[in-house]
Ligand binder design. Structure first.
Ligand SMILES: [Zn+2]
Ligand SMILES: [Zn+2]
Length: 270
């Protein structure tokens, strides 16, 4: 299985010379196995994935952890959705009484956006995530996380390898036993690492308690406890420069050696 990072930034996209190495697009991670593609989240990185795939039709699944803005804003800019021969499955959990189709329908409506969902010409298949399911060679196990409005983690297995995508959640100092169980023995854990412990506690700027995100130390602690193969720090704070991300990565390696900071364009082969 190949893991390709197209968007690694949390909360809001950023640009400029301070962010060139890590990248400024919001979450989008593509998992590829034997010609099949499962795309996790549709942040602005999804537009970059569409550009990389080119103008032809695509067959893939778009799977949403949740529908906060930073995880859906790339959807209207994803070229393959406009190709009549694309076959795209769109999956997410029901939230606040709305399925993923209704949520995206509201996102793509005037006056917020001029192109409606029904203008997408791809063959779309809508799916509600309510438990484990398969898509092509991928077996997906979801888990509800502690996050405002809810969010799902996913353990995705294919070809005898496992990756866990656990962004957007707040352990609040206590590792979630259910999440550790989901991560058990995974080859790669992609984990929210938005804050330093000092930022979280309010010793560097405002307290971030209740904002729905993890610290870098919680990410390494989860990786150690679940004995995963590798850890990718993810959902970098929009204020964190390349230098800042690399400093956190270096410090994290002191606690869990096989740590990388996810960056745009990076690929991990499992
Ligand atoms: Zn987010
Ligand atoms: Zn969120």
């Amino acid at each position: 299985m190949q893991v390709c990072f197209y968007g690694v930034r949390g909360s809001v996209s950023v640009s400029g010379p301070r962010f060139l190495a890590v990248g400024g697009n919001t979450p989008c991670v593509a998992l590829e196995h034997e010609g099949h593609r499962l795309v996790l989240d549709g942040g602005t990185g999804l537009a970059a994935l569409g550009a990389a795939l080119g103008p032809g039709p695509q067959r893939l699944m778009l799977l949403f952890s949740h529908v906060h803005w930073d995880h859906v804003q790339g959807v209207p800019f994803f070229g393959p959705l406009f190709h009549p021969d694309s076959q795209i499955a769109v999956a997410g959990a029901r939230r606040a009484g709305s399925g993923i189709r209704e949520v995206l329908d509201r996102l793509m409506q005037p006056p917020g956006f001029p192109i409606r969902l029904d203008a997408l010409r791809a063959r779309l298949q809508w799916a509600e995530v309510a438990g484990a399911f398969d898509y092509g060679p991928f077996h997906v196990q979801p888990l509800e996380l502690a996050h405002p409005d809810g969010a799902l983690a996913f353990r995705v297995e294919a070809g005898g390898r496992a990756v866990v995508y656990a962004t957007d959640h707040e352990p609040a100092g206590q590792l979630d036993p259910a999440l550790l169980g989901l991560c058990e023995g995974a080859d790669l854990l992609i984990h929210d690492a938005q804050y330093t412990p000092e930022e979280y506690a309010g010793q560097a700027g405002p307290s971030r308690r209740g904002w729905g995100h993890a610290t870098v130390d919680e990410a390494t602690a989860a990786a150690r406890a679940a004995e995963v193969g590798q850890l990718a720090l993810f959902h970098h704070d929009p204020g964190r420069s390349d230098e800042g991300v690399f400093a956190l990565e270096a410090a994290a390696r002191g606690r869990f050696a096989r740590t990388i900071a996810a960056r745009e364009g990076a690929q991990v082969a499992l």
